[in-house]
Structures are given as C-alpha cells and as structure tokens.
Design a protein around this ligand. Structure first.
Ligand code: BG6
Length: 492
C-alpha cells in the first residue's frame, strides 16, 4: 500500500528476490513471513522466487525446511509448500561469480524475465563489499530491472552516509535504490498525509498562528535485549531520532505536495529537513536507564545488560528540540523524545494548539483551561484523539476537557504489517515510502551536533518517563510533555 493512487492494483512483476543476510534475524522475523503473507494474499506465489544468501553451507532443502518450520511457528502453516518450492539458498563461500551463475540458473529454471530485487539485510561492516561485488559481477544491471533495498542504519554520521550514497550510485541509479525506514510502512504514518491534506479543517490551523508546539514520543518498554553489539554504537539518537522520528516530523511539517507521486512527496519532505537548524546541544537531554520496574517486572539497568560496557555512556533515552526555519513553523518547537525501558510502548504525535488570546473563563471560576491537543496515535491502538474544553453543566463556568476519538481497529480491523506494505512497494517499483539519498544526508546533518557527546547520560529508572532533565527542557519555556494514555495499548 502506498501514497500513490492505484499502486495496489499494479501487479507484482515476476522476479527473483535475493536476500543477503538470508539466515539472519531480520530475514527470519520480518522478511520471509511478510513475503509469504504478501505473495499468498495476492496469489503471486508462483511469480516470485526467493534466494536467501548466507555464509553457511546449507542445501535448498535444509533451508526451505528451516524456513517452513519458522513460519509455522508464526501460524503460517500454509507456507510449507511455498518454502520447499520457491525458497532457495546460496552460500557466499563460493564467491559472487558463483552467485551470479546461480541467479541465472534459477531465472532460467523458473522462466523469470531477469527482474531482480537485492535486499541487503546485512551488518554495516560487509555492506560496502557486497554492493561493490554485486556491481562487479554485473548483477546491478540485468536483462530486466534490478533494485536494491537497503536496511538501516544508513551510515553512522553525515560523512559515512554520503560515502554509502556514492558507493550505491556507482552501481545503481537513485530510481533503483530503496532505503527502508519501516515506520513509513505503518498505515498510521501514511495516514498523516490524508489526515492533513484531505481535511482542510485541520490544515487551515496547521501553522505557527495556531500551533504552540508539536511533540513526538517514540517510547518502548523493552530494553536492548541481545542487541548490545549494535546499540552500544548507535544509542537512541542514531537508532530512532535520525530516521523514524525525523520521518514522522517531516510528514507533520511538510507543505502539500503538487501531486501524490514519489518525487513530489519526497521533494516536500526534503524541503522541511533543509529548513531545520542543526540541533542546539543546549536543547538535548540524553539519558540512560538504571534498574527499575516495567509493568510490574524488575529489570536490570543498561550497564548490566549482556555485552554492554559497564562504563557505557551510550544514551538509551533522548529528548531534544528541533526548530524549523520556514514561514509555516518559525518559532514553533518540535519536541522529540525517544527511549527504551519507558513505561510502555507508544508512538504518538501531540499537536498542542495555542490558548485563546484572552483567558475569559479563568476569571469566572476556579477552572484552569487546557489547550486543545490533537493526539495522533501511530501505535498501538492506532487512531487519534482531539481534546477540547467544554462547560460543565450547572452554575458558573467550570470547564472540563473531553476527547473526540477515532480508532482504526474499530472501523477497519487489523492493519497490515509495515514490511508487507514496503515489500509490495519494492516489488511494484513504488519509491514513495522509501528514503531518498538527499533526505538521509539532511537528517544526519541536523542531528550531527548531538552525536558522540561522550558525556555521562542522565540516569533514569527503568519504567519512568526518562530523566528529570527532560521535563526541565520543556519547563524552561513553560511547556510540559503530554503524557500518552497507556491504557490505550491494545489495538482497539
Ligand atoms: C528499530 C530500532 O528501527 O525500530 C529498534 O532499531 C526499535 O531499536 C524498533 O525497537 C521499533 O520499531 P517498532 O515498529 O516496534 O516501533
């Protein structure tokens, strides 16, 4: 599914779908289940052959059985035939020439026209070699089209992202490159454009005249699990803010695109990013969780997690302010916070409107007026709530806050998974939901000052909303964080 009208109806062209990192965690947990769900739902199981590439010695049968078992554990028992018939395996031990031969053999055997998708679900350390080798053995251009899908992290800073772009562009045109940010595949994130540009009611107030501030919260209750190797070097700024949070921010802040096509939309997103000042480090709070209790369970602190340096200064929480230097948003702070081991899993945008210019009601009663707040819940319990003030029936003018509410689940049932959506778009050649090269470099530019500060992060207890300094950051300007309603955690 995508922003582009009609994209759903474009068929998935026959192709070979090659997964580098085919035996890895992402492939097992997300890609293979999403591929099967997608192909089955569109009855395209016979149009696409899958070739998983790894380093271990496995036969097609062994790998197919392994995938069938894993998918059955996810409740996808019907995938067994597909796994045995259409999922293949190739070991890179024999080099890229042998891979190129295998690709041709499979295409010939299945009468595929030479359309190829290369999905790079591999660690950054082997990324350069893989792209270079793909190019050198001629796989970047084939008898049909070739596309390359790149997982995050896309570089670790501006310079490395630029280098990666140059490397990719040596072998692939921008039109062949699909940089994944899985948040863009979420239905609730795609809906931001519809919400804004199909509803003049909101759009006419969507500016510095009416909006006081915008808050974006990406909270997770989980810790870092077994991902210390990656997370120690990433931290919350690289892991969430550079990609997911800034993507959400651009969709909230962008101007209407001239058309609903990939380039028009991505042009507007890049314009927002270009208007954002590099982050001011006096407006950044970094935190790290200590032992605490999440959902009634005692959990360890970050430094006690397996394979984490006991003196680590990696941030597991960050709160920061972005300022957009354009006509629509001048002086409206965009306040972002993201963290692990917070009280719950919730991603939410709170658009806080300005108070009326005259405090008419406060002089009449003991009441305190609250601003109108439009909470857009991206997950879970996707939907939105609009908080407004009303008079409490009876004498005087006591005010009370009420909420208008919409939930996807109540109207539309279960939403499709982000990877199903994104894979469908890769296979149909729709780049709208993928991050363009200039976009990713702009995002790095903005957050560069906040990277690798090397300072001790502020401690916070697991299960809390982060360090006190995050509240102080907003209190300086008389604001406070909107607390997401965690009781809203189910999808209904
Ligand atoms: C990933 C991050 O990109 O997003 C993880 O690397 C994070 O650290 C995950 O847990 C969150 O994704 P979601 O879809 O569960 O919000």
């Amino acid at each position: 599914m995508s922003f582009t009208p009609g994209a759903m109806t474009v068929g998935i062209e026959p192709q070979l779908f090659v997964i580098f990192g085919g035996t890895g965690d992402l492939s097992r947990r997300k890609l293979l289940p999403a591929l099967f769900r997608l192909l089955e739902s569109r009855q395209f199981e016979d149009t696409v052959e899958v070739l998983a590439v790894g380093t271990g010695p496995l036969s097609d049968e062994e790998f197919g059985d392994r995938v069938a078992k894993a998918l059955a554990e996810d409740g996808l028992d019907s995938a067994t035939d597909w796994c045995r018939r259409s999922v293949h395996y190739h070991s890179l031990r024999e080099g890229f020439e042998s891979l190129a031969n295998r690709v041709e053999e499979l295409e010939a055997a299945s009468q595929l026209p030479g359309n190829r998708t290369f999905y790079l679900a591999i660690p950054p350390a082997v990324f350069d070699d893989t792209v270079e080798s793909l190019g050198k053995v001629g796989l970047a251009s084939g008898p049909g089209w070739s596309r390359v899908v790149v997982e995050k992290p896309f570089g670790t800073d501006s310079a490395s992202a630029h280098q990666l772009n140059s490397l990719l562009h040596r072998w692939f045109d921008e039109g062949q490159i699909y940089r994944i940010d899985h948040y863009l595949g979420k239905e609730s994130v795609q809906n931001l454009l519809a919400l804004r540009f199909a509803n003049p009611l909101f759009e006419s107030s969507w500016n510095r005249d009416r909006i006081d501030s915008v808050q974006i919260t990406v909270a997770e209750d989980i810790g870092i699990g077994t991902r210390a190797g990656y997370y120690e070097r990433a931290g919350a700024i690289r892991d969430i803010v550079q990609n997911h949070a800034l993507q959400i921010l651009t969709l909230v802040a962008m101007e209407p695109p001239v058309r609903l096509d990939p380039e028009a939309i991505r042009d507007e997103k890049v314009k927002v990013l270009r208007s954002i000042f590099p982050v001011d480090t006096s407006q950044v709070v970094r935190g790290q969780y200590h032992a605490g209790t999440v959902d009634g369970v005692d959990v360890a602190g970050y430094r006690q997690e397996p394979k984490v340096n006991p003196d680590s200064v990696t941030e597991t929480f960050v709160a920061l302010q972005f300022m957009i230097d354009n006509w629509r948003w001048k002086d409206v702070p965009f306040l972002v916070r993201a963290g692990k081991r917070l009280p719950g899993r919730v991603t939410e945008i709170s658009v806080v409107f300005k108070q009326p210019p005259v405090a008419l009601f406060e002089v009449h009663g003991s009441c305190h007026m609250h601003p109108n707040v439009f909470d857009i819940r991206l997950q879970p319990a996707e939907g939105f709530e609009l908080a407004f003030e009303m008079k409490v029936p009876g004498e005087g003018y006591d005010l009370n806050t009420q909420r208008l509410e919409f939930r996807y689940a109540a109207e539309f049932g279960e939403l499709p998974g982000a990877y199903v959506t994104l894979l469908a778009d890769v296979m149909t050649g729709d780049q709208t939901l993928f991050v363009r090269g200039d976009e990713v470099e702009e995002a790095w530019r903005i957050i560069t000052p906040a990277l690798d500060l090397g300072e001790e992060p502020d401690p916070y207890s697991a299960g809390s909303w982060g360090p006190a300094a995050a509240d102080a950051l907003l209190a300086r300007t008389g604001r406070k964080w909107q607390e997401p309603r965690l009781s809203r955690t189910a999808s209904s």
